[in-house]
Design a protein around this ligand. Structure first.
Ligand code: AMP
Ligand code: ZN
Length: 116
């Protein structure tokens, strides 16, 4: 189901272009347009769910698939051994700007903790 005016639904349908790095039946992974690390990929479900909390409630197996796909993206970019970070910004106060749930996969540089 495409939600009108959702940017990431438009990437799923191809109406907005993206650099796709990986795809499964139910997920899509593409490079962030404004990368914060050498590897910065977004992994999304093709179906529209606004947040990780909504997805966990509705389809926990799809959430698990997002995590498996995030790992596969990291392995594909060769950062699974050096380490990578998976971030789900949730809510505008946490910086979520696109309300179609997405895992940020970050790697390829030193990632301090706590994040700056
Ligand atoms: P968030 O702030 O967690 O909602 O993350 C949204 C992310 O989407 C940001 O890191 C943006 O750089 C990224 N973004 C926005 N538009 C696009 C686009 N057309 N293609 C790829 N990434 C995008
Ligand atoms: Zn959407």
């Amino acid at each position: 189901v495409t939600v009108q005016d959702c940017l990431f639904c438009k990437i799923v349908t191809g109406d907005v272009p993206a650099t796709v790095v990986r795809e499964s039946a139910r997920t899509l992974a593409f490079r962030d347009i404004n990368p914060q690390a050498p590897t910065h990929v977004l992994v999304i479900p093709k179906d529209h769910h606004p947040t990780i909390a909504a997805l966990a409630k509705t389809d926990a197996e799809l959430l698990a698939e997002l995590v498996r796909e995030a790992h596969a993206v990291a392995a594909g970019d060769g950062v699974d051994e050096s380490g990578y970070r998976v971030v789900f910004n949730t809510g505008s106060g946490a910086g979520q700007t696109v309300f179609h749930v997405h895992a940020h996969v970050l790697g390829g540089r030193g990632l301090g903790w706590p994040p700056g």
